[in-house]
Design a binder for this molecule. Sequence first.
Ligand code: PEP
Length: 249
Amino acid sequence: MRQTLVAGNWKMNGSLEANHQLLEGLKAGVDAGVKSKVVVCPPAIYVAQAAEMLSGSPIAWGGQNLCREASGAFTGEISAGMLLDLKCEYVIVGHSERRALYGESDQLVAEKYRAAQQAGLTPILCVGEMLEERESGDTETVVARQLDAVIDLVGMQAIGAGVIAYEPVWAIGTGKTASPEQAQDVHAFIRARLAGKDAAVAESLQILYGGSVKPDNATELFSMSDIDGGLIGGASLDAESFLGICRAG
Ligand code: PEP
């Protein structure tokens, strides 16, 4: 049995005051009926605040991005070691906003995955198709290409040490959720593709769904056999909504 994981991606939202309230709300509510592993990924500048407030609680924290390099002249970047220094357990890699807005290629995403995993972080690798790609029947081709770039660089054992998030780009922040069946189809495709390379890794790997998950659709999505939780954007900014999703796991 795979444990459900629910990770909140705050994106570029928050302030010291707003984060304080959100984290207090999460800490107060996380014990009541939450069986999922819960993770929050604040903006990098607030990771220290999350680390201080969440230390000793069941909630883990992580980064939203990292540099593939370990240190040096890379102005504005943050390394895996720095995230570890702040006791991050997880880091999101290859979010569609990083791919689309900051030009992250499959190769760069794979190198970031390797940097995270080798340092001891658990990478949450995001994959997913754009609307035109779904409409032209290319969903599986795109997802396979994104996955294979990482597998080819790091190998299946390293994939087994991470988490995958299937996030159809057309469902992110749009209020349009993939139906549980649409999501399950792609999750099953991902698991089958991985099983072709290593059945044990495929069986134990957590595959999250992301894209407009809310408390009222989470139960149905998480009940699908290959959906092991969610990567949550908008709804992770409100303690009650996020806890509602966590309770669905
Ligand atoms: C995301 O940013 O990964 C995401 C899934 O966002 P939202 O839940 O807002 O669609």
